[in-house]
Design a binder for this molecule. Structure first.
Ligand code: ATP
Ligand code: MG
Length: 183
């Protein structure tokens, strides 16, 4: 996978498979601490100890008709190649949190890519899920709470074109206005 937004999409898909109703995606770009950190947490079905032990094995999956489970191993490998790591906290029946971090300026660190598109794809294809998205760039914080937006929309579907465009534009505008925060 060429950028981190695609990894985020992939890890969030795990939460959807785990039947989560709330998925939180938190990105921190901190150039002073020289860290890029991503946390994806859900209230899905969680993993038992047996599953948890095998998660870093590329040949482990609980998906039917599949022989590999590459999502987590590949992201963990990308992080370790950049002085980072991936850590999982999970509780059966409660949920899962995946935290991954990278040395921000490491030469091999993949770019974040188009995070707006990732959020849009998730929201548009799973309009019933309460996504919470937070992105911090040094001192500037962006946050988007789908359940709050849904309440304000008062019956307009979350995946209607106008709503999707609004979210996409809102994220893009923040990214453009904070580009200079990263120096
Ligand atoms: N958020 C989660 N909640 C519950 N179980 C999870 C979660 N994330 C991963 N798992 C478990 O870990 C396994 C491995 O996940 P991983 O993303 O590495 O591979 P996969 O999803 O099975 O396949 P791929 O990502 O290659 O399509 C999953 O099959 C699932 O059993
Ligand atoms: Mg996966």
């Amino acid at each position: 996978m060429k950028d981190l937004s695609l990894h985020i999409l992939d890890i969030a898909e795990n939460s959807i498979t785990a039947e989560a109703s709330e998925i939180k995606i938190k990105i921190i770009e901190d150039t002073r601490e020289n860290i890029l950190s991503i946390e994806i947490s859900d209230n899905g079905k969680g993993m038992d100890e047996e599953t948890m032990k095998k998660v870093f094995d590329p040949f482990f999956t609980t998906k039917a008709c599949k022989r590999t489970g590459l999502g987590i191993p590949l992201l963990a490998q990308s992080a370790r190649e950049c002085n980072g790591d991936l850590d999982i906290k999970t509780e059966k029946g409660k949920g899962t949190a995946i935290h991954v971090f990278f040395q921000y300026d490491h030469i091999d660190r993949k770019p974040l890519g188009n995070i707006g598109d990732t959020i849009i794809v998730l929201v548009a294809s799973h309009p019933g899920i309460d996504f919470i998205f937070e992105h911090r760039r040094n001192d500037s914080l962006y946050s988007l709470n789908i359940s709050e937006i849904r309440q304000e929309l008062d019956g307009v579907p979350m995946n209607s074109p106008d709503v999707i465009k609004f979210i996409k534009d809102d994220i893009s505008a923040w990214l453009i206005s904070t580009d200079n925060m990263l120096q």
